[in-house]
Design a protein around this ligand. Structure first.
Ligand SMILES: [Zn+2]
Length: 396
């Protein structure tokens, strides 16, 4: 059984302990101690990091209900007395987030009877899952309530109770462990069974900020930050907002209106551009049709054009074959080339045959219908592609 120093002393980082179990695991070792200040991943809170006997502690986990395993990068011997040191910034961050969670969960339950059914302390932000959905205004009010409790700087105490004693207490969270229970009590505000590391006064939490809410399994998932993370989040948002406002030459509060205006402008420009492109196609089609070669009962248009927008080749071809008696083979000017083969409705030629013979010779692939086929990946000089298309058309 590992004595948990953090159960009664959350701010203790340095300690001495006896190695009572070692199990090599690759280049690492899982070490068991008679006592530890290291918190193991459990109850939604991630493990501590630090050093043990000079080796890095990379993971701390519960081996069973009463034993804790420290995964270290290195080796330690059985019955050795070692010095442990917990990384304080990470421990303190977890204390702020976890105690903040108790305050926030208590506020949701007290004001709106919304019970916390899940908690996750994440690397960036943390979440609680409530058993019911609540509107954003209500969440904002609870957020304020929770912060007022933080600012009242209430005492946070650790108590222990037997299962029978606990059964008679108004616990917010039901105990998950058997045997003696550890209870975290926030003076006149909250009492719940918890194994986590906590601050000793609510003021140490600093601030609680809800960052997002989303519906989750019929309830509500609330994302939040506490303490130092609120300041760090504020700084990131400050820099982002200032840079955005500078780019658009407006005040920060005018950003949404300015973005909406720019989006409206972009839509107008797109509409105008599409119109101009459609008009340009008519001119391009006229220029291409002027060089059409007569082939019996129809005329052929073979050319390479610069493609400025997706689908341009197909739209240009559609404009060309809107006139009767035409066959058009258009390549894009880049290599490998795109190609579209199409014919007017009154011409009895299969566009797929022409495309098939082109890809047979120049590679690439494609497909389509008898009146319009398209392909891509054709490798060859532009003049060579066009000459081949003319020859194929003559043979059809
Ligand atoms: Zn807890």
């Amino acid at each position: 059984m590992t004595e948990r120093i953090y159960y009664t002393d959350s701010i203790r980082t340095d300690f001495e302990a006896l190695v009572v179990g070692v199990e090599p695991s690759g280049s690492r070792t899982i070490v068991e101690l008679d006592r530890t200040a290291f918190y193991p991943t459990s109850g939604g809170q991630p493990h501590d990091t630090g050093t043990l006997g000079g080796a890095r502690v990379v993971d701390v986990r519960e081996l069973d209900a009463v034993r804790i395993g420290h995964v270290i990068d290195g080796r330690l011997s059985m019955h050795q007395v070692v010095t442990g040191a917990v990384d304080w910034p990470r421990r303190f961050d977890h204390m702020q987030q976890h105690s903040g969670q108790h305050v926030l969960s208590a506020a949701f339950e007290r004001r709106h009877d919304a019970r916390t059914v899940g908690f996750h302390l994440g690397q960036v932000s943390s979440t609680i899952d409530l058993d019911r959905d609540l509107p954003v205004e209500v969440v904002a009010q609870v957020e304020l309530d929770a912060n007022e409790l933080v600012w009242r700087n209430r005492l946070v105490r650790t108590r222990f109770a037997t299962a029978e004693e606990a059964a008679a207490l108004p616990l917010r969270k039901e105990p998950l462990r058997p045997g003696t229970l550890r209870l975290i009590e926030i003076d006149e505000a909250d009492l719940s069974a918890c194994g986590g590391t906590h601050v000793d006064r609510t003021g140490t939490i600093g601030l609680i900020a809800v960052t997002a809410t989303e519906r989750f399994k019929g309830g509500l998932r609330v994302s939040f930050l506490c303490g130092r993370r609120v300041l760090e989040g504020f700084r990131v948002r400050k820099v982002t907002l200032a840079a955005s406002a500078r780019l658009l030459s407006v005040g920060e509060s005018d950003l949404p209106d300015q973005i909406a205006r720019l989006q409206g402008d972009a839509k107008d420009w797109q509409r105008a551009l599409r119109l101009a492109q459609a008009r340009l196609r008519v001119y391009e089609a006229t220029a291409l049709a002027a060089n059409a070669e007569t082939m019996g009962s129809w005329s052929s248009i073979v050319a390479a054009v610069e493609v400025l927008e997706p689908g341009a080749l197909k739209m240009l071809v559609a404009t060309l074959i809107a006139e009767p008696g035409r066959v058009a083979v258009l390549f894009s000017s880049e290599t490998p080339a795109l190609v579209v083969v199409a014919r007017s409705a009154d011409v009895g030629l299969d566009a797929r045959t022409v495309l098939g013979r082109l890809t047979e010779r120049f590679g690439g692939r494609g497909g389509g219908k008898s009146d319009l086929a398209q392909g891509g990946g054709l490798t060859g000089a532009s003049a060579e592609l066009q000459d081949a298309a003319r020859t194929i058309l003559e043979e059809c």
